[in-house]
Design a protein around this ligand. Structure first.
Ligand SMILES: Nc1ncnc2c1ncn2[C@@H]1O[C@H](COP(=O)(O)OP(=O)(O)OP(=O)(O)O)[C@@H](O)[C@H]1O
Ligand SMILES: [Mg+2]
Length: 267
């Protein structure tokens, strides 16, 4: 679905924000992207949706090589919810904002209205349809942005820290929704996050460091790889420490340790 080869990019011609990135992302997969501040996550996302120019390397979306003349076509396939919800509120009200992308899809007004109602309800914003952006909290704006992206029904959606301002219940609801579109509608999901409890929900995780991919593997393999964790400064959630304590105890069987992992990864 997404193929990237040797992608390199610099904002200032000095430091590389992306350094020879190569990745293959399968259709329908759920991939999380982690790495500390400034490691290149958002830049990678921008590249994939055609927001960067003058990069070297190639980006293929659905076997089509991204270039300046087809970026419009590619955007029909790939959507993004940005880190900062203020930068993407384009409608005058919540309902206009969710409908914005749909207006360009030449849908009938009734269908647009139905989608706005359906997705605003899914993100818990149906009572706010006539509110203006300045009347909303950060988390509410994030919910609107997510509703707008989901309503577009693109084949790939990138969430760049898109749930960072949500309260725990809101985040769980949105995560369930993301899992639902991934599993039921086969939409390819890329989730950029600092939250390892979210990152581990993916089939595969990309670990970025200084613009390089230092690992692309299952969350379990990455979480068990001390070297990757320490070089990328990833700190595992508390519950994994129990595993470390038990690992050195010879009385505890492999089966129990394995079960503990499975349990932690599902939690
Ligand atoms: N618009 C910009 N102009 C110049 N440099 C930039 C710009 N945006 C990002 N950078 C630089 O590129 C590098 C990668 O930034 P990027 O935003 O991709 O990191 P990130 O992994 O998304 O970080 P965060 O976790 O803080 O969101 C950083 O060194 C950053 O300073
Ligand atoms: Mg970022």
């Amino acid at each position: 679905m997404i193929k990237i080869t040797d992608l390199t990019y610099s904002y200032d011609n000095k430091t590389k924000a992306l350094d020879k990135i190569s990745l293959d992302i399968e259709r329908g997969s759920f991939v999380s992207v982690v790495g500390h501040n400034g490691s290149g996550k958002s830049t990678l996302a921008k590249a994939m949706v055609g927001l960067l120019e003058n990069y070297s390397g190639k980006i293929y979306i659905d076997d089509i090589e991204l270039n300046s003349s087809n970026v419009h076509e590619i955007r029909k396939k790939i959507g993004i919810v940005f880190q900062n919800p203020d930068n993407q509120f384009v409608g005058s009200t919540v309902k206009h904002d969710i409908a914005f992308g749909l207006e360009n899809q030449c849908l009938e007004q009734k269908e647009i209205k139905n989608k706005v109602i359906y997705y605003s309800k899914k993100v818990g914003m149906s009572r706010y349809l006539d509110k203006e952006p300045h009347q909303l909290s950060g988390g509410q704006k994030q919910r609107v942005a997510i509703a707008g992206a989901l309503a577009m029904s693109q084949q790939i959606i990138i969430f760049d820290e898109a749930t960072s301002m949500l309260d725990p219940k809101g985040r769980q609801d949105v995560i369930n929704l993301i899992k639902e579109i991934n599993q039921q509608d086969n939409i390819t999901v890329l989730m950029i996050t600092h939250n390892l409890n979210l990152a581990k929900l993916a089939n595969k995780m990309v670990v970025l460091k200084k613009g390089k991919v230092i690992s692309y593997d299952s969350p379990k393999n990455i979480f068990q790889n001390r070297e990757i964790l320490s070089t990328s400064k990833i700190v595992l959630p508390e519950q994994y420490k129990l595993y470390d304590l038990m690992k050195n105890n010879k009385k505890i069987s492999k089966e129990i340790l394995e079960a503990l992992w499975e349990y932690n990864l599902k939690m």
